[in-house]
Design a protein around this ligand. Structure first.
Ligand code: GLP
Length: 260
């Protein structure tokens, strides 16, 4: 794992967007894995800025999102499809038919989950996946004790996660109880992973995920087994890392050409 610590979320976003830009320059038809939540917003703003500046072209790209709430229509303001349209898709030139978000309104959810896995496979897999982390260590919506080999499936949301995400809804009662999420195993098959975390509320779980044991109790700790993962943190989210100084030293001494 490469741990990159920067002063601000904006600095982290610049690094993330530049990695995504070099992926798309190398492979115009790259498959992007995208995430929701407040963390990736700053990254999406930077990607939009690069696109407007003519430095990022999504015309051949495909995207797959990690997860979606069950029971919310795509045009519901709290659905992840709506989030993606508002915060990224409508501002860039990705073709709408090449953007994929699990269908939270599917009649046969199990079949929809299997079809999602198949469509990822049919385009050759995900080249680069953006991730955030929940305060309980979840990635996508893989709550603690999710199998580290899990695939796209229905999950029951933890009450803590529902409470964390209630800020996007008018009331706690409106927060869905279930979701469709890519599994930890699905995420581990992506060729490259970029996990972002900002703010002191994430410091404890980042230390457990990066420096603690690999355990289904902290699904993000599975990333320790991935061969190409960057953990991109602001100073506040990095402050509980025992080896923070070492991670900074490694990054600062990397040759420029190896940086992204
Ligand atoms: C949700 C999403 C996750 C995200 C997490 C953290 O649960 N399903 O993909 O990483 O929230 O959200 P935030 O970035 O708002 O802290």
């Amino acid at each position: 794992m490469e741990v990159i610590i920067q002063d601000t979320p904006e600095d982290c976003a610049r690094i993330g967007a530049s990695i995504i830009a070099s992926t798309l320059r190398r492979k115009a038809h790259a498959v992007l894995g995208l995430a929701t939540g407040s963390t990736p917003l700053v990254l999406y703003r930077e990607m939009i800025r690069l696109h407007a500046a003519g430095e990022l072209d999504f015309s051949m790209a495909t995207s797959f999102n990690l997860d979606e709430y069950i029971g919310l229509a795509p045009d519901h303001p709290c659905s992840y499809r709506y989030f993606m349209e508002e915060n990224l898709f409508k501002h860039i030139n990705i073709r709408p038919e090449r953007t994929h978000v699990p269908d939270g309104n599917a009649v046969d959810v199990d079949a929809a989950c299997k079809a999602y896995e198949l469509s990822i496979r049919s385009v050759g897999g995900i080249d680069i996946q953006v991730l955030g982390i929940g305060t309980d260590g979840h990635i996508a919506f893989n709550e603690p004790v999710s199998s580290l080999g899990s695939r796209t499936r229905i999950k029951t949301l933890h009450e803590d996660t529902r409470e964390d995400n209630a800020r996007f809804f008018d009331s706690m009662d409106e927060v869905p109880t279930h979701c469709i999420t890519m599994g930890v195993g699905t995420i581990m098959e992506c060729r490259q992973l970029l996990l972002f975390a900002f703010g002191k509320a994430k410091a404890e779980i980042i230390a457990r995920a990066v420096e603690g044991p690999i355990t289904a109790m902290v699904p993000a700790s599975a990333l320790q087994l991935h061969q190409d993962v960057k953990i991109i943190l602001d100073t506040a989210a990095a402050r509980k890392l025992e080896h923070g100084d070492y991670f900074r030293h490694v990054y600062e001494n990397k040759p420029e050409w190896q940086r992204h």
